[in-house]
Write a protein that binds this ligand. Structure first.
Ligand code: ADP
Ligand code: ADP
Length: 227
């Protein structure tokens, strides 16, 4: 997967909140980075600037050396999978249609075979394709969200608090599944979480945010050793 670089990135919202304050950081291709910090520390804002859901007030975000503003947003987003905090499945559509949206938004044709492959990838039974989201458990719904994010075979996967509403056992299972997908597909993965334990278990590198800045940047091993 591609490397992501932030250079002097600041985001000031209308009203004056400086959500991200002069962040410069490079994330190696193929790594699994957890972005940890308390609510309001700027994690989501930082993540959303990678796929241009939010534009920086200053500085630049680059993916594989290319500025994210240098190509049309739909082209950029074809190369980036994004898993939303609240999943965001459409309740009136089947699982297959929800996954197919990931393809259509990126300008690609959806087909049943690709949907079946994506269900295999996230370890859901192919029969689930015809179900509505409300006939799935929370963890299964989130797997559909991951399948949709991976529909265009992106090299970069962004996850914003993907385990938010799940019970601890389901969180562990989904965390393991996401780590395995990262390893198997060679994805560059950036996951926002407020749960340090989860970050330490899943990530290769932990970035801690506070008041819009990165205040710690270390491997789980170094953090656990208190270095
Ligand atoms: P986190 O993901 O760590 O909870 P956010 O990036 O969501 O943090 O928010 C960082 C700060 O920016 C917070 O103070 C939040 O209230 C503020 N903020 C987030 N989104 C907006 C917005 N659309 N307009 C104004 N302020 C915002
Ligand atoms: P498009 O103009 O291709 O339709 P959008 O309307 O989705 O794309 O644009 C989203 C925002 O991303 C725009 O406000 C744009 O200014 C902003 N943007 C431009 N350059 C960058 C950059 N280097 N990094 C992040 N966001 C950028």
């Amino acid at each position: 997967g591609p490397a992501v670089a932030f250079a002097g990135v600041t985001k000031a919202y209308a009203g004056g909140t400086i959500a991200v304050d002069g962040v410069s950081v490079e994330i190696a291709g193929g790594s699994f980075v957890a972005l940890v910090g308390s609510s309001g520390s700027g994690k989501s804002t930082l993540l959303k600037m990678i796929n241009r859901l939010i534009a920086p007030s200053a500085g630049e975000v680059r993916i594989g050396g290319v500025g994210v503003g240098d190509e049309p947003a739909h082209v950029l987003r074809r190369r980036i999978g994004y898993v939303f905090q609240n999943i965001g499945l459409f309740p009136h559509m089947s699982v297959a249609e929800n996954i197919a949206i990931g393809l259509r938004l990126a300008g690609e044709r959806a087909n049943a075979e690709r949907v079946a492959e994506l269900l295999d990838l996230v370890e859901l039974p192919r029969e689930f394709a015809m179900r509505r989201p409300d006939a799935l458990s929370g963890g299964q719904r989130q797997r559909v969200g991951v399948a949709r994010a991976l529909a265009t075979a992106p090299g970069l996967l962004l996850l914003d608090e993907p385990f938010g509403a799940l019970d601890p056992v389901t969180r562990d299972q989904l965390g393991t599944a996401i780590r395995q997908l990262h390893d198997r597909l060679g994805l560059t993965t950036i996951m926002v979480t407020h749960d340090m334990a989860e970050a330490l278990i899943l990530a290769d590198r932990v970035l801690v945010m506070d008041a819009g800045r990165i205040v710690a940047d270390a491997t789980p091993k170094a953090l656990l050793a208190g270095e």
